[in-house]
Design a protein around this ligand. Structure first.
Ligand SMILES: *[C@@H]1O[C@H](CO)[C@@H](O)[C@H](O)[C@H]1NC(C)=O
Ligand SMILES: *[C@@H]1O[C@H](CO)[C@@H](O)[C@H](O)[C@H]1NC(C)=O
Length: 367
């Protein structure tokens, strides 16, 4: 009873707590306070992120990413369903289209594709993986990947998790192994299907994701480097960090989430090599983003990701440049370790870092 009272009291404190300047005050998945400290205004950057900005009646902050130039609006409701379309022309344009029969799908991941009105010949493909509690539809409406596809002519695949709670399986032996099974195999098979049947450019197949989807992006980058040429990890963990061997798919790994999985770069790199023994080809270029006050996937995970990918790429362990970017909110730093790896740390940002889709497209060579 006493414990409960204490817990309730601290919950009440949490709810009443005021968010300091530059802190997160709202957005999908945000469970903390939405009240900014005096002198600040809670300002929405995206569906995922609102931030406390100084001033009571201040001018709007700079946009989180350059405003999209598209004039085509993305429908936010209703999706259509079909079996695996065997050509790009058989996919209806500018709608979220569910497809099946794309290959082995052990857990029954639901798969959706978005093809813009004007699709490029030999288009790029972005696989966009949602966060826990999310769905393909939620990530589709809550991000600008589909909207920007109308401008840049690429195709988007949105997988939807089959697990209760809708996290991705980023922990099982199967999902962490090339062609081993589980969710990662389903997503890899959808990408393979798109390459073989829709004329997607195999050299421009990319993975992006937020939170659990970020962890899935690391899994795809580690276990399927032959398919994915780049990955963008928004508030995730290093490849293999969430491993819970011998346990059911989609197990939670608190040691990893709390930032207590601390390995050397060589140990982290070995996890990547073990995921696809014998693979000698190129590794996907990686961009990782993390907030310094993330209490879902602690910020130590950012530093573990840096050790992993700098070792895989043979880069120095310190950045060759670390700068602020004019388009990013104050407190963000962009550390570059080499052409294939960047790590963006966001001061006073929790779980998750808001999406900067336009910037991602530059990293992917699309924009
Ligand atoms: C980049 O610089 C910022 C500001 O000094 C610092 O907080 C951050 O830790 C640095 N990032 C990396 C990856 O070293
Ligand atoms: C980080 O800096 C590098 C080097 O200047 C640049 O190429 C890259 O676009 C920047 N990344 C972000 C996310 O701003």
């Amino acid at each position: 009873m006493f414990k409960l009272a204490v817990a309730l009291a601290s919950l009440a404190t949490l709810a009443a707590a005021q968010v300091p300047v530059w802190g997160q005050c709202g957005g999908i998945g945000h469970s903390g306070s939405t009240v900014c400290a005096a002198g600040n205004v809670c300002t929405e950057y995206s569906a995922y992120y609102s931030q406390c900005i100084p001033g009571t009646n201040s001018a709007p902050p700079p946009p989180a990413s350059p405003p999209p130039t598209t004039t085509v609006s993305v429908p936010t409701t209703s999706s259509v369903t079909g079996t695996a379309p065997t050509g790009l022309s058989s996919i209806p344009a500018s709608t979220l289209f569910q497809f099946s029969n794309f290959g082995t799908n052990p857990n029954g991941v639901t798969m959706y594709v978005y093809k813009p009105k004007n699709v490029q010949p030999k288009p790029a493909l972005i696989v966009a993986s949602h966060y826990c509690s999310g769905t393909a539809q939620a990530y589709y409406t809550g991000s600008k990947f589909a909207q920007l596809a109308e401008t840049y002519g690429y195709v988007v695949i949105y997988p939807s998790s089959p697990h209760s709670g809708t996290c991705w399986d980023v922990s099982s032996d199967e999902t962490l192994m090339h062609n081993g099974g589980s969710d990662s195999l389903s997503i890899a098979n959808a990408a393979r299907f798109a390459i073989s049947n829709w004329g997607v450019d195999p050299n421009r197949v990319f993975a992006v994701g937020t939170s659990s989807g970020a962890m899935m992006t690391s899994v795809l980058a580690g276990a399927y480097p032959d398919i994915f040429k780049a990955g963008i990890v928004d508030s995730g963990v290093a490849f293999g960090c969430f491993a819970v061997p011998g346990q059911p798919d989609d197990s939670w790994n608190s040691q990893c989430s709390q930032g207590q999985m601390i390995l050397t770069g060589q140990q982290w790199a070995q996890k990547v090599y073990n995921a696809y023994p014998g693979y000698t080809g190129a590794r996907p270029k990686m961009q990782v983003w993390h907030g310094t006050i993330d209490t879902t996937l602690y910020p130590q995970n950012f530093w573990e990701e840096i050790k992993q990918w700098t070792t895989v790429f043979g880069y120095p362990s310190n950045p060759i440049s670390n700068v602020t970017e004019s388009y990013l909110p104050r407190g963000y730093s962009n550390a570059t370790y080499g052409p294939n790896f960047q790590a963006i740390l966001a001061q006073n940002v929790g779980h998750t870092v808001p999406l900067f889709e336009q910037q991602y497209l530059q990293f992917l060579g699309i924009a």
